[in-house]
Design a protein around this ligand. Structure first.
Ligand SMILES: *Cc1c(COP(=O)(O)O)cnc(C)c1O
Length: 385
């Protein structure tokens, strides 16, 4: 039988309601019905972001929104500080270099965590730094960085913007855009927002708009001012044809998040992630990154010595219909990653852990069959959702 389940950190499972909504006849993007849809999506995103700032919606994957932030905020040769903890931190550095910015890299390595004090030190020692770019949830390693602590530092500096990649964290990790004071927060539709791929977004603070006014980097499709103007027009729209069906799907997913309540969504992610980590450890496996309560998006697991990560991934997929991800970059072949951001319930996790147990048994990994599921169940019994 062909039946598959995505336990990858993007794309993720999409609720049936959203899939149905996506399949409805296409409405025209210059119609009042689309305006109504767009307004509801922007309002829904503002709720998830916990912000009253402007939220702009683009048709692109998450990387497009990352690029948009660089192109809109900075000017030729501006110095930026990139705090990198893995693949997506490195992406900030690559994008900034592509726009000829003067990139100063604070490299914590894959699996490392940002130390906010380092950022304070760098900013105090170098008045030329115009922006701090970092990743909230580093999807390549499972690490979730302390955005609140970094924002506390940048908030006090009128001359520095904090730019956050929250592509996999928005709707999964606690994130209080306004209360913490994060200037630009970018995200994408296909992770914790529980929608199909194809949309990205940016929350933009007042301080960020002052940077945008001065920016001279080339941009056209992603020009924030064009999006803002269209949103503030008599009937809010996107400047160019949006991925209308995906916007429709996203609106349903955002309604579900609102209904569950963002605090409950954050808590559910914590519990589901804890059960995954505990289940994995009970299978005689070790976690790749530090074992933290806040590591709620993806669980990165070291492949056991005698078993290849690629074989685990293959058997999970081919024999159990469960898609997990491998390592990126230098971690390819060394780790595998179980995604649980977005539409995941305790029952999903028990199923994934069970499939992992059966895969590992087949591959001859030494562990006590059933222990992973038992431990995951225990976590769920101790933390009712
Ligand atoms: C998925 C992801 C992105 C963007 O990836 P796209 O494939 O462009 O959507 C960026 N940052 C993080 C942390 C991610 O997890």
């Amino acid at each position: 039988m062909e039946k598959h389940f995505l336990a990858t950190p993007g794309p993720t499972q999409v609720p049936e309601k959203s899939l149905h909504r996506q399949a409805e006849p296409i409405i025209h993007h210059r119609s009042p019905a689309y305006t109504e849809l767009l307004i509801s999506v922007i309002e829904g995103l503002k709720y998830v972001y916990q912000t009253k700032n402007d939220v702009l919606l683009f048709t692109s994957s998450g990387t497009g929104a990352m690029e948009s932030a660089v192109a809109n905020l900075f000017s030729e040769g501006d110095r930026v500080l990139v705090a990198s903890t893995g693949n997506f931190g490195e992406r900030w550095a690559k994008i900034s270099s592509a726009f000829n910015l003067d990139v100063h890299l604070l490299d914590y390595g894959w699996g490392g965590e940002v130390n906010p004090e380092d950022i304070r030190e760098k900013l105090n020692g170098d008045g030329e730094i115009k922006g701090v770019l970092m990743t909230h949830s580093e999807t390549s390693t499972g690490v979730v960085n302390d955005v609140e602590a970094v924002a506390k530092i940048t908030r006090e500096r009128e001359d520095v913007v904090l730019v956050m990649d929250a592509v996999s964290s928005l709707g999964a990790c606690e994130l209080k855009t306004d209360e913490w004071g994060v200037d630009v927060v970018v995200s994408g539709s296909q992770k914790a927002l529980m929608a199909p791929p194809g949309l990205s977004c940016a929350a933009v603070s007042e301080k960020a708009w002052r940077f945008i006014d001065k920016s001279n980097l080339p941009k056209f499709y992603f020009d924030y001012k064009t999006y803002k103007k269209k949103l503030e027009g008599e009937s809010p729209q996107n400047p160019y044809t949006p991925a209308i069906c995906t916007v429709a799907a996203l609106s349903e997913s955002l309604k579900m998040i609102k209904k569950e309540g963002i605090e409950n969504v954050w808590r559910r992610h914590k519990v589901v992630a804890k059960a995954t980590r505990e289940g994995v450890k009970a299978m005689n496996l070790s976690l790749f990154s530090p074992d933290r309560e806040n590591s709620v998006v993806v669980t990165a697991v070291n492949a056991p010595e005698k078993v290849k990560a690629s074989d685990i991934i293959k058997i999970m997929r081919e024999e159990h219909g469960v898609w997990i991800a491998g390592g990126q970059g230098g971690l390819k072949g060394k780790i595998f990653r179980i995604g649980h951001c977005g539409y995941y319930s305790p029952s999903d996790i028990v199923m994934v852990i069970s499939a992992l147990e059966r895969s590992l048994s087949k591959l001859g990994h030494a562990f006590e069959q059933g222990k992973g599921v038992e431990r995951a169940e225990q976590v769920f019994l101790e933390n009712s959702l």
